[in-house]
Design a protein around this ligand. Structure first.
Ligand SMILES: Nc1ncnc2c1ncn2[C@@H]1O[C@H](COP(=O)(O)OP(=O)(O)O)[C@@H](O)[C@H]1O
Ligand SMILES: [Mg+2]
Length: 340
């Protein structure tokens, strides 16, 4: 009977919990059972993992196979456990050395062809792994930069299961085509938020880049400008009231320019929330300027406060964490909230 264990991370809100992935092989009719409160997408992991292992050139063990995710009491969602499940199975079958993976944390989805795909929430997952004392993580290559933001953790970014098996067995690492460029990954570009109503009617930016509206463009309005400066300095809420055309929107849009850059600790916090929402811009893993969120006045409740089943996604209120939530409701009084 073969047994192996490795680790992955379950997300609970925007926090991670390290999950031990155990695989046991017993003689008997070939079967694959996954236990430990998996949701639908995780239950499908069985089929993805089997196809990925076979298509990576490894033999699938023809025995009674049980994979357990513990602690079993935490509901687990998503496809980020695939990589850990595949390696635990291969180690239980002694195709890789179980000792090589026992102290690793693996976070990544597997394609049927064995490619490793990125998942949401890698930063909070790696933060949780580091807190739990793990020092080595394996993630999809596209999320390696994000994972590397966590200090004192060594990150291995892989393109495919074949590459990871080669690294773990000290074999020459095969070349793989880079992930497709040009077409942004819908998961990382935040398009998948559409299903939850998040994204529709919500503008959320992480600041930086581009032109930041400047308070110098406002003529006069000394009292209002002073109020904005005090709100920015003290992190106060601000309510602007006045006739149309008075300059309320213009003033409020210039508030982000007054906010100081995030401290390294704040930047990690904000990036973790944006990572779980899947709205981190590719190639720019760290959000280090205060985020700015301006939901449309028709935005749904879910898009504002977040929601969804399984792995809830943050809404505009959470995405504006440590930045600015700007509610410009034409038929309603206009409110601005500095969320710090
Ligand atoms: N104090 C000001 N300095 C410069 N331009 C202003 C000022 N107040 C209003 N404006 C101009 O008027 C336009 C309308 O202002 P806006 O902020 O949309 O008003 P409100 O939101 O109060 O209805 C602005 O885009 C800007 O071009
Ligand atoms: Mg306005």
């Amino acid at each position: 009977m073969g047994f192996a264990r490795t680790c992955s991370v379950a997300l609970v809100g925007v926090e991670g919990v390290v999950v031990e992935v155990q695989a046991g092989l017993e003689p008997g009719i070939a079967a694959f059972t996954l236990v430990g409160l998996p949701d639908k997408s995780l239950a499908e992991s069985r089929d993805r993992v089997r196809a990925a292992v076979v298509n990576s050139g490894a033999a699938w063990p023809q025995k009674k196979l049980t994979v357990g995710l513990s602690p079993a009491s935490i509901p687990k969602a998503g496809s980020g456990f695939d990589l850990a499940v595949a390696c635990a199975v291969l180690a239980a079958a002694e195709l890789i050395d179980p000792r090589e993976i026992a102290d690793l944390v693996m976070i990544g989805e597997l394609g049927l062809d064995g490619r490793v795909r990125p998942v949401r929430g890698v930063l909070p997952a790696v933060l949780a792994a580091a807190d739990a004392g793990y020092r080595q993580v394996v993630v999809a290559e596209q999320t390696a930069a994000e994972a590397s933001l966590v200090p004192d953790v060594s990150v291995l970014g892989v393109r495919s299961l074949r590459q990871l098996i080669a690294v773990l067995t000290d074999a020459p690492v095969p070349e793989e085509d880079p992930p497709e460029e040009g077409r942004p990954d819908p998961m990382l570009a935040g398009l998948s938020l559409a299903g939850t109503g998040i994204g529709a009617g919500v503008f959320c930016g992480a600041g930086g880049g581009g032109h930041v509206p400047d308070m110098a463009e406002v003529a006069g309005q000394h009292l209002a400008r002073r109020a904005l400066e005090i709100a920015a300095a003290g992190g106060h809420h601000l309510y602007l009231k006045g006739p149309p055309g008075a300059g309320k929107t213009m003033l409020a849009e210039r508030l982000p320019g007054l906010l100081p850059p995030l401290t390294p600790q704040e930047a990690l916090e904000v990036t973790a929330v944006h990572s779980v929402a899947g709205v981190l811009p590719p190639g720019k893993p760290l959000v280090n300027t205060p985020p700015y969120c301006a939901p449309h006045h028709s935005a749904t409740m879910a898009s504002l406060v977040g929601g969804g089943t399984g792995l809830p996604r943050p809404g505009a209120v959470s995405l504006a964490h440590r930045g600015l939530l700007f509610l410009d409701f034409s038929d309603h009084p206009l409110r601005v909230r500095v969320t710090r």
